[in-house]
Design a protein around this ligand. Sequence first.
Ligand code: PDD
Length: 290
Amino acid sequence: MMPTMSQVYLDGKFLPPEQARVSVFDRGFIFGDGVYEVIPVFGGRLFRLPHHLARLEASLAAIRLRNPHTVQEWKTIFTRLMAEHGTSDQSIYLQITRGVAPRDHAFPPNAIPTVFAYALPLKYPPAEQLMQGVTAVTSADIRWQRCDIKAIALLANALLRQQAIEQGAVEAILVRDGVITEGAASNIFIVSGDRLVTPPKGPYILPGITRDLVVEIARANKIACEEKPVGIEALRTADEVWLTSSTKEILPITRIDGRPVGAGKPGPMHARMFALYKEYKQAFIQGKVE
Ligand code: PDD
């Protein structure tokens, strides 16, 4: 089933989704040659927009594509897409590919990037997942060495997520060289005592916008938070484990590989951080923070 929306944005036009067509020779389709962003919208405002646009810029630079729009142009596109869903919480999906060209791995000299975006209502994790936490499994991180690029080529992520689901879990926690990197579509935090730890940024993880906000909130509230490698043993013995993403926010993981995390239920640090996060979000909706 297609998500409900009456208009999507494609290459300068707003169209009903069934009229939005992309060539079979688009390099996004042929090579997965493109990048994307997912931007949440709360109370009609684009949450952490400068951070998302900065990450988009970094992803584009990494694959050597020019940003096809100015910040103002992006805002105009997003505002029109958001209008469809009123003030309800939603997310904007946008992707830019290297455009249409005869199939050849080398970059085409004159291709025009394909730009696609749409808005859809945000589907929060069910209340019971927040109350009881979710299950995760660990998996070998089989992805490439530029996971910092928000690339549309998500075959490994999709395989890993699917394997997790087939084992009754919600997320795969990825392990590379004995340390955890991130989830198939999320970042990971562990809590040991009164300290938060999350893997440092680098080529093996996506610099999550929600991750950065959690780190920022922790520091502003004098909660000890370190960005350092998390070994598999630290994961197994953590008091709490969380996943973070723009669409799942901050979700407790209470079972990993069939074993309970800490007491096997969401912990007090999660309750505290989630309350602080919701406070921040409320202040944002009210225009008190940018
Ligand atoms: N994914 N790591 C990976 C591999 C991700 O795909 C995501 C988000 C994150 C979290 O980043 P952020 O906090 O900026 O959402 C980390 C999005 C939501 C997606 O692909 O739908």
